[in-house]
Design a protein around this ligand. Sequence first.
Ligand code: FAD
Length: 279
Amino acid sequence: MKAAAFEYLRASSTSEAIEALADPNAKVLAGGQSLVPLLNMRLARPSLLVDIGGLNDLAYLRRDNGNLVIGAMTRHRAAETSPVVRQDLPLLAEALGHVGHVSIRNRGTIGGSLAHADPAAELPTVAVALDASVQAQGIHGTRDIAAGDFFLGPHQTALEPGELLVSVSFPVSAAGISVQELSFRGRDLALVVAVAAITVEDRVCSQARIAVGGVGPTPIRATAVEQALVGQTLSDSVIAEATAELRCDPPDSIHAPASYRREMASVLTRRAIRTAVHA
Ligand code: FAD
C-alpha cells in the first residue's frame, strides 16, 4: 500500500518544528523506521509530516553532572558504538545491539524509539530501569518527564500535542548489567525483554534496577524483585526467590500466549540478574 497524501515540512530548526506541530494533525518524522510502515499501511494518516532529520543540533551525546544526556536525533547505531556510552552506560549500548538490524539502527533514533513507546522495545525498558528523564519542548517551554511517568500505554506517552521530545538523560551507573530477550525470530521485536543493573559491594547487593518489557501496556519496573535483592548476598537461591516476586499481566498474541510470556519474564529476569551479578 501507499501512504495517504500529506504535506511535508523539512524543519530547519527546533523552533520551526515546534511551530509546525501546533497543527493537531501534524506528526514528527525522525528515522522513519516505525512511522513509514504505519503510513504505508494507512494506520497513521497525518495531514502534515514534520521531518526533523536535518536537526543536527539534536544529535549529540554529552556528560552532564553525573548524567549522560542524549539528543533525540542521535541514531541508535551512533549511541550503541559510542565509547562514552560503552563506558558510562553499557546497559544502553548492549540493549541497542538488540534493536533490529544494523541498517535499522543506522536510521532509527533515540527520540523516535522513546516517542513510539512500543511496550516490548528495548530503549523504553532501559529508560524505566535506570530512572531516565525525558525532556520535551513545546511552544510554552521545556519540561522534564520521569521515564516511569512517560510511558502511558502501547504507543502512548505523556508528550502533549505539539511537544517535541528533544533529549533523554540517563544517570550514569557503574553497575553490572545484562539484557536478556526472547524473540519469535532473531532480530524481531522482543516478545519479552528483561534488563538488570546490579551493584554489589562487599559481596552484598547495594542497588538493583530491573525492568521488563513486553509483559504489559508499558515496560514495568520490578520493584518488589529489587527490594528482595538489596541487602542480600546474591546466591542462585536468593535470586530465584526474589524473581518469584515479579508481577506482570502480559497480553496474549499470535506468537505467545500470556502464560508463556509470564513464564519467560520470570526466566529472563532471573537470567539477567545472574548475568549482571557476574558481569
Ligand atoms: P519514526 O519512525 O520516525 O517515528 C516513530 C514515532 O515517534 C512517530 O509517531 C513519530 O511521530 C514519533 N517521534 C519520533 N521522533 C520524535 C520526537 N523527537 N518527538 C516526538 N515524537 C517523535 N525497535 C525496537 O525497539 N526493537 C527492535 O527489535 C526493533 N526491530 C525493528 C525491526 C524492523 C524490521 C523495523 C523496521 C523496525 C524495528 N524497530 C525496533 C523500530 C525501530 O527501532 C525504530 O527506529 C524506532 O522505533 C523509531 O525510531 P525512528 O527514529 O525511526 O522514529
